[in-house]
Design a protein around this ligand. Structure first.
Ligand SMILES: [Fe+2]
Length: 135
């Protein structure tokens, strides 16, 4: 499960990187690059968490980035990104249910699920605002 999340966060970082290079409004681009950095930080934390607990971190990138890239419009890609965040939140919650009831894996997954839930709400509103700014 942690490797699935790791691959997904990597895919998110890659998708955001590609998307940021294609959007027009400068503020939206900066917002997406900030989100990319966050995904990359999550991936690094998950790698460390897996390693510290005796696992082997995957070196793969999830299929999500290719799905985003396959869409025509920036708006559709942004919408899929938001659904991806929701998916990760759900997977983090599923992983949390399987994790030991306390300790670093539990704490990380709890924080990760909360962050993703918050980002889905806030990110959607922010993207709509920034898409219409700077025009
Ligand atoms: Fe994420």
């Amino acid at each position: 499960m942690l490797n699935l999340l790791l691959e997904s966060e990597r895919a998110g970082a890659l998708a955001l990187e590609q998307l940021a290079s294609e959007v027009e409004p400068e503020k939206l681009r900066r917002f997406l690059l900030g989100a990319r950095d966050e995904e990359a930080r999550n991936a690094a934390s998950l790698e460390a968490l897996i390693r510290d607990n005796g696992g082997t971190p995957s070196d793969k990138v999830g299929p999500f980035a290719a799905r985003v890239a396959a869409l025509e419009s920036v708006r559709d890609r942004l919408n899929l990104m938001s659904r991806g965040q929701e998916w990760v939140a759900r997977k983090a919650e599923e992983a949390l249910a399987l994790a030991p009831p306390e300790g670093p894996i539990h704490d990380y997954l709890q924080a990760m699920a909360n962050r993703h839930r918050a980002e889905v709400e806030w990110g959607r509103a922010e993207v709509i605002r920034l898409l219409n700014a700077d025009k």
